[in-house]
Design a protein around this ligand. Structure first.
Ligand SMILES: [Zn+2]
Length: 360
């Protein structure tokens, strides 16, 4: 069955803009849900799911911690969840084709899911005008697919050579290629050196500056790093960053009979469910429940999803994130360790997911 919205990843059309000097003011007729780190402004006709604010605050802390940032130092963030017509009114020439955008500490989008833009706002704490390749690569590296059609069992971003993209403008490069290489830099060399690079090359910097700064910070020629990245090998000392927000969800234990079963009515009214109902555009309605599971032993697993609708997406929360895959139901080969499971729906749905080891 095809979902009632297109099967693509929302990050393809998003842009980051840290260039505005003053914060835009929200419109007075919007509803506000207040969180510890972020407030969500949304239209009266929309239904913000019960768990969205809590999940957003947890997600901000989870991403910040991986990037070595302390949320206590953060500016309070604001997300504007708006109808397409209202987003169109807010656009400027630089956000003409974007599905969402971040402008300083305020970001905009048509989904109640907005992790990409929030990652931009988090990164603005360090620098608001970094090289577009690094800026979009970072935001996309923490993204997760917003839906799946069951046919896609592969990695979202097969490694591609990032070199032709380094100096491209915002809308002229593959965010997935950038995300792959940024994820590699974070996982292989840690967040401190990444921030140093992030803060020292900007929109308008030359490629020769990028190469010089990279060599000085990493003690490594940029081409050598790209060559190592393109090998697609996972060294044992890789850091498990960046991991998407779902990896910070609560763990559900295995049953004593050796199976793992998660039964859930995914309903926007449930306080464990995050997302929202966009009443002006059903294609932008989506909500999800997320848990994590510790896979005890590597091997072949049967990953089943019995449901009245919606998607189940499994992701490895460890290893070398730049090589990790998303798994959809079927027979899947899993590594030992933590995985996240996201159940996504667009109306209240009954779901049962099971995992059972069926071979080596
Ligand atoms: Zn972006």
């Amino acid at each position: 069955m095809r979902p009632p919205f297109p099967s693509f990843v929302v990050t393809v059309l998003v842009a980051a803009l840290g260039l505005f000097a003053c914060e835009p003011k929200p419109d007075g007729d919007l509803l506000i849900a207040e969180g510890e780190h972020i407030d969500i402004y949304y239209e009266e006709a929309f239904d913000l799911c019960e768990g969205t604010i809590a999940a957003s605050d947890r997600g901000i802390e989870f991403v910040a911690a991986q990037l070595g940032l302390d949320t206590a130092d953060f500016e309070h963030l604001r997300y504007m969840w708006l109808s397409r017509a209202r987003l169109d009114e807010k656009r400027t020439s630089s956000t003409e084709n974007a599905a969402g955008w971040a402008s300083g500490r305020t970001s905009y989008g048509g989904y109640a899911f907005f992790s990409h833009e929030i990652t931009h706002s988090i990164a603005f704490e360090r620098d608001d005008n970094s090289l577009p390749f690094l800026r979009e690569g970072l935001a996309t590296a923490f993204d997760e697919p917003i839906n799946g059609d069951g046919d896609n069992d592969g990695r979202l971003a097969p490694p591609g050579d990032p070199r032709p993209e380094f100096m491209s403008r915002n809308d002229e490069f593959s965010y997935d290629v950038a995300a792959g290489f940024v994820a590699y830099l974070l996982s292989r060399h840690g967040q401190e050196r990444f921030w140093e690079l992030y803060e020292s090359v900007h929109s308008g910097s030359t490629e020769s500056r990028l190469r010089r700064r990279f060599a000085a910070i990493y003690g490594l020629d940029l081409d050598a790093a790209v060559d190592d990245y393109l090998l697609g090998e996972c060294p044992e000392d890789a850091l498990p960053i960046p991991l998407p927000r779902s990896c910070g969800a609560e763990e559900l234990p295995w049953r004593t009979d050796g199976t793992w079963i998660y039964s859930k009515v995914v309903d926007c009214e449930d306080e464990e469910v995050a997302g929202g109902i966009n009443t002006t555009d059903p294609t932008e309605t989506l909500f999800e429940a997320t848990v994590t599971v510790e896979v005890p032993q590597a091997g072949l697993y049967s990953f089943e999803h019995i449901r009245t609708g919606g998607f189940a997406i499994l992701y490895r929360c460890g290893g070398c994130p730049w090589l990790n895959q998303y798994y959809f139901p079927g027979e899947v080969r899993l590594a030992a360790g933590r995985h996240s499971l996201r159940l996504q729906s667009w109306q209240p749905q009954v779901n049962t997911v099971s995992l059972a080891r069926i071979g080596d």
